[in-house]
Design a protein around this ligand. Structure first.
Ligand SMILES: *[C@@H]1O[C@H](CO)[C@@H](O)[C@H](O)[C@H]1NC(C)=O
Ligand SMILES: *[C@@H]1O[C@H](CO)[C@@H](O)[C@H](O)[C@H]1NC(C)=O
Ligand SMILES: *[C@@H]1O[C@H](CO)[C@@H](O)[C@H](O)[C@H]1NC(C)=O
Ligand SMILES: *[C@@H]1O[C@H](CO)[C@@H](O)[C@H](O)[C@H]1NC(C)=O
Length: 181
């Protein structure tokens, strides 16, 4: 995280805790997975499943038939405003192999990962052997935990991600979540 990102985050938390009522719940409302490098593998599932009227969960699973020795992600967070998506807070590129060597060095990615940790097997450094089935299953992040750490205003937020495998654009995944009262 750069110095300006750190300051932004700090200011954001001050403002958020000071002026916004932190309550409500959220629901995933879109998920799209686009395999850009079919030579690397297949996407087995990419869906949102309902739990009840107010809650749902995400399933993403991909099977790779090549050994992954370099693995990185670029993601931006966006917020829906006046009919369009606008960059919001995070625009981060990171090397996943490096991340897992020392997650504590990467504050925001580690915070996000902490909400996925028990739902995914993408949890170690490289390599991921050929035949690896990588997944994020039945993912319903702890609502109170997320809202405490990311006390955002009500609205619709998206995460646009690009996954690079062995330096190739392998998969693009976009998801969005509705945060409501
Ligand atoms: C994700 O959103 C970005 C920006 O709107 C778009 O360029 C990209 O094609 C989307 N990817 C998928 C898989 O929908
Ligand atoms: C990997 O999977 C793709 C798509 O299923 C297939 O075309 C390709 O032959 C496979 N490669 C290997 C090395 O198994
Ligand atoms: C994200 O950051 C990269 C590198 O700094 C920049 O090129 C890109 O335009 C940024 N994207 C957005 C949506 O702000
Ligand atoms: C990674 O995930 C797998 C499957 O859930 C689990 O068996 C393994 O213990 C995890 N490894 C680490 C380092 O957390």
């Amino acid at each position: 995280m750069t110095r300006s990102q750190r300051i932004y985050l700090y200011l954001f938390w001050l403002i958020a805790f000071g002026f916004i009522q932190v309550n409500g719940s959220y629901k995933f409302n879109a998920l799209v997975c686009d395999l850009r490098a079919p030579e690397l593998g297949i996407i087995k599932q990419c869906n949102i499943k309902a739990i009840d009227r107010k809650h749902n969960m995400i399933n993403i699973e991909a099977l790779f038939n090549k050994t992954i020795s370099e693995f990185s992600i670029h993601f931006i967070m966006v917020k829906r405003e006046s009919g369009g998506w606008h960059p919001f807070m995070y625009n981060i590129s990171m090397d996943i192999c490096k991340f897992f060597r020392n997650p504590r060095k990467f504050f925001i990615p580690n915070l996000i990962y902490s909400f996925m940790k028990s739902f995914t097997n993408v949890n170690h450094s490289c390599p991921y052997k050929a035949g690896a089935d990588l997944s994020l299953l039945n993912w319903t992040p702890d609502e109170d935990g997320v809202i405490a750490k990311f006390p955002v205003d009500h609205g619709q937020y998206g995460l646009q991600t690009t996954w690079y495998i062995n330096k190739i654009v392998a998969i693009k995944i976009n998801g969005s979540v509705l945060f409501f009262k």
